[in-house]
Design a protein. Structure first.
Length: 435
């Protein structure tokens, strides 16, 4: 049996949770109904058509509009629209699967609103597979990092969102626009730095009663999901010793062929690690997307990785933790970090209480602007620290006029859809980027 010491320490900074509670009694409660007075709500679950496996982070969108959302780690989604907006069709898409478009009326008639997507592998035909050895393919990817990703530092602007749900109800919604000093991929010893520009926090959420749930690190920890810049998360030099890799097929993403490489933690490794998929561009041998989940078999050790503080008498068990990372290729044939999302679900139970309470934390970051001409490190006093909590900092940086007409962004809306609203013109009007 092999137990690695390095992974828990690094993982503890990834969506680290702090749970505190006031004195009082926690009562069980039912999942509250969703208010549909002013909105039309579409809910459902997206699964693999062959084995009914839930598909996390699938995209659900109304074609021709900016209305979109993504599924959670259980494949569930909620798409909410104003009653004065008439939707005609809903499109569901997921990497490696055939898109499914349906009329709204047809969607309403689905059995349990279950959407089953068919896998869409690419027939190999004349395609030459460079390496049947998945481990060798990963090795080539690592050797090509300096050729495929930026070797110079740069400044980025990003939109960051962080939410906490208690059952179906939001108990915390925080959003911010941040500056990012992105260090070169060629230097793994230089870390990315973050500075808050402006932020907001929703006040129209359900009170959390006796439990105060906080997430530390905010955009700083979410940036650690840049697995190419931070290979120790998945692609440490020991990857051959701790993971089993296999080439599962070839798929097309944005008209580019990709190897689909699946990986699982080796059975003799005791430390909770990951299982998931890497999407590797066949031409450039660059990782363009990654989806992975934490191994939850050892509940006690997994809980110690996430939970920093909790009251006596409370048991907190992480139920599932799922992560996604995406990169975008530019005209210079260089790949750039563009998006990351982390979602963790917890079960919370008090001693001698019959019912548990479920919490779901989600954080995601999307890059809106990039400038590789003027890059300056962020002064230490201005940097966002891993120990800080966005929910607390928003009050310092809050500006009620900052968001202007975009203040109607719904928490269930896709962050990428929100980015379409926070466009270049809007950011420039607020002096956030240099034309």
């Amino acid at each position: 049996m092999k137990k690695l010491k390095i992974f828990p320490v690094l993982l503890a900074f990834l969506l680290t949770g702090a749970i505190q509670a006031e004195a009082g009694i926690s009562f069980p409660e039912d999942k509250e109904a969703i208010d549909t007075t002013n909105f039309i709500v579409y809910t459902g679950t997206v699964v693999d058509a062959e084995d009914n496996t839930p598909l996390p982070f699938a995209t659900i969108e109304s074609e021709g509009t900016s209305i979109a959302t993504v599924t959670n780690i259980d494949g569930e989604f909620l798409l909410k629209t104003s009653r004065d907006v008439q939707l005609a069709t809903i499109k569901v898409s997921y990497v490696g699967y055939k898109n499914q478009t349906m009329y709204v009326d047809g969607f309403r008639n689905l059995d349990n609103h279950m959407i089953r997507l068919q896998p869409n592998p690419v027939a190999l035909g004349e395609i030459t597979v460079r390496s049947e050895d998945a481990e060798g393919l990963i090795g080539e990817v690592l050797m090509n990092i300096n050729d495929n990703y930026s070797t110079s530092d740069m400044m980025m602007t990003a939109f960051y969102r962080e939410t906490i749900k208690k059952w179906r109800n939001y108990v915390s919604i925080s959003e911010a626009v941040v500056d990012i000093y992105k260090s070169p991929y060629a230097n793994s010893f230089r870390y990315d730095q973050v500075r808050m520009i402006q932020g907001r926090k929703s006040a129209d959420v359900q009170k959390m009663d006796t439990v105060l749930f906080k997430v530390q690190g905010g955009p700083v920890t979410t940036l650690l999901l840049d697995i190419v810049k931070n290979p120790y998360l998945l692609l440490t030099e020991e990857y051959k010793e701790v993971y089993d890799f296999r080439i599962s097929g070839v798929i097309s993403i944005n008209d580019r062929l990709h190897y689909l490489v699946s990986f699982d933690q080796k059975p003799y490794v005791e430390t909770p690690l990951y299982h998931g998929k890497l999407f590797i561009d066949m031409d450039k041998l660059a990782i363009t997307e990654a989806e992975f989940e934490l191994n939850m078999d050892n509940e006690e050790e997994v809980s110690s990785m996430f939970i920093r503080k909790k009251p006596v008498g409370m048991t907190v068990i992480p139920d599932r933790a799922a992560y996604r990372t995406k990169y975008t290729i530019e005209s210079d044939s260089t790949w750039y970090f563009s998006y990351a999302r982390a979602e963790v679900k917890f079960d919370v139970k008090w001693e001698k209480k019959l019912f548990k309470t479920q919490y779901n934390t989600m954080s995601e970051i999307a890059i809106t602007e990039r400038d590789d001409k003027v890059a300056e490190k962020i002064p230490y006093k201005e940097r966002y620290k891993r120990s800080q909590v966005l929910d607390d900092l928003v009050y310092v940086f809050f500006d009620k006029d900052f968001w202007g007409g975009y203040n109607v962004i719904e928490p269930d809306q896709s962050i990428e859809s929100a980015i379409r609203k926070l466009n270049k013109k809007f950011l420039r009007e607020n002096d956030l980027v240099t034309p």
